[in-house]
Design a protein around this ligand. Structure first.
Ligand SMILES: Cc1cc2nc3c(=O)[nH]c(=O)nc-3n(C[C@H](O)[C@H](O)[C@H](O)COP(=O)(O)O)c2cc1C
Length: 451
């Protein structure tokens, strides 16, 4: 039997997420992001298409690297303004039965005690359909907004994240025993206090007494997503993550395969199993009735694509002000005194050194496109799967249009080939994906369980 391909829709509670500049089109609902209706409708569309989750990105600061300020990001609606993704979950969950909801929360943005309670509440309200995308943030403004006086250094953020996870694991897994809640209406005993424990965590960054304020939810620990591919990010993923969002700058099958092999190898050395971590590739499908139709659509998107918006996005992501270089000069003539090392990866990812930086920006964007007739797209996804990818985070150009096109034309082909589920497995999200509602005993969180 072929392996099941997992499918997530990637979005953000903002106007313009990844494909910058397309929000102005009449066939996208990005301008309605402040309303509940488009989100509830999107969730229902995705559930009809048997998607696994709606995956919501988030940032907790403005992108202000480009041209030394946030003006371009604000002008372009480029991830600014951005509303809280977690707030969308209950309404969408109420309108669906099976779709999962993964949302991003940075370890810099909320105290772990408050976050653990928020997650447990959502896990209860969704009957166990939430996932957490653990991020450490990368925007300097994020650090300024939360009293860190700037972004803590890369490795400091991962140290903080390790302790953050220790605290939430203790609260989710170790505070309330499985049989603590009695709901005994005859004796008037709701819960047995002997089975509800403080955690008494004292660490470098946090002191948390506990007990956890929420009773055990269906998954206890939500399904854990992570993205981050540095050496430290990969070892963090190998320790904690169940689902990893990979981005290989070359977006190549071999690049993906090597990231996967590296993280899986580390996970096994940590006592986990190969199958404990699933990998998701981000791609942006452009589906047409024919290849020519799809290509014409892609050309239209590229034409409307905002280079300014993309530059502000990329500058913030790599921490380099790309306004400081002449975009129309060939790459190899750019004098990148202070930023040579940082742009090196981008330059090397493009074998044609005669290209300009502007070309790179365009092809980087186009490189995310997976354009073609439905059968071609299904074939291509199958190639990614054969290279070791377990699933996809689909990036929209227009919403919900990108998803409805995919669901109407590509999903039936994948289902016919036995590659995508045609109905959901019952139970919480982790059960649907890994076959059990709670984390396996070999995950580090399980070490905090009692009994
Ligand atoms: C595909 C992908 C998606 C990400 N999504 C977010 C996000 O929504 N919010 C965020 O703050 N960081 C996000 N990040 C940033 C990572 O979580 C991480 O902080 C960053 O990549 C730096 O880690 P690294 O140096 O280990 O790669 C994302 C990273 C990748 C690769």
């Amino acid at each position: 039997m072929p392996k099941r391909m997992l499918m997530n829709a990637f979005s953000m509670n903002c106007v313009s997420h990844i494909q910058q500049g397309l929000w102005v089109r009449g066939d996208t609902r990005q301008l309605d992001y402040t309303q509940l209706d488009p989100w509830v409708e999107l969730a229902q569309i995705l559930e009809k298409g048997c998607f696994d989750t709606l995956f919501l990105a988030d940032v907790i600061g403005v992108y202000d690297t480009y041209r030394g300020g946030p003006e371009t990001s604000i002008t372009e609606g480029m991830q600014t303004p951005v509303n809280d993704p977690a707030m969308l979950v209950p309404a969408m969950a109420h309108a669906t039965e099976n779709l999962g909801f993964a949302f991003t929360s940075s370890v810099l943005q909320m105290h772990p005690f408050a976050f653990a309670r928020q997650m447990s509440t959502l896990d209860h309200l969704t009957q166990g359909r939430v996932a957490w995308n653990i991020v450490t943030s990368y925007l300097p403004n994020a650090g300024m907004n939360f009293g860190f006086g700037g972004l803590p250094s890369h490795d400091e953020r991962y140290d903080l994240a390790d302790e953050y996870l220790e605290v939430v694991y203790k609260l989710w897994e170790g505070s309330w025993e499985d049989d603590a809640v009695l709901r005994d209406t005859k004796r008037g005993i709701y819960a047995d206090p002997a089975k509800v424990h403080p955690i008494n965590h004292v660490g470098k960054h946090f002191e948390v007494a506990g007990p956890h304020l929420s009773e055990p939810s269906p998954q206890r620990t939500p399904l854990l997503f992570q993205a981050g591919s540095s050496t430290r990010g990969s070892s963090f993923a190998a320790k904690h993550a169940e689902c990893v969002f990979i981005v290989d700058s070359r977006r190549s099958l071999t690049g993906a395969a090597s990231v996967i092999a590296d993280i899986r190898g580390q996970a096994v050395r940590n006592g986990r199993r190969l199958e404990d971590i699933l990998f998701f590739q981000g791609l942006s499908p452009v589906v047409g009735g024919t290849e020519a139709e799809a290509k014409a659509k892609e050309a239209e998107y590229l034409e409307q694509f905002s280079t300014e918006g993309a530059l502000a996005h990329l500058s913030g992501s790599i921490g380099v002000d790309l306004s400081a270089i002449d975009l129309d000069k060939p790459l190899d003539t750019i004098d990148t005194q202070s930023m040579r090392g940082m742009v090196k990866g981008l330059i090397e990812s493009n074998p044609d050194q005669t290209q300009t930086f502007r070309d790179i920006i365009r092809t980087r964007n186009a490189g995310q496109f997976l354009t073609g007739a439905p059968e071609q797209i299904a074939d291509r996804l199958q190639e990614w799967q054969e290279a070791g990818v377990d699933g996809f985070n689909l990036i929209y150009s227009v919403t919900p249009g990108t998803f409805t096109d995919f669901i109407d034309a590509v999903v039936p082909i994948l289902q016919q080939r036995g590659l995508m589920q045609a109905e959901y497995t019952p139970g919480p999200l982790r059960q649907k994906i890994f076959g059990q509602a709670r984390l396996p005993g070999r995950h580090p969180a399980a070490g905090y369980r009692r009994g």
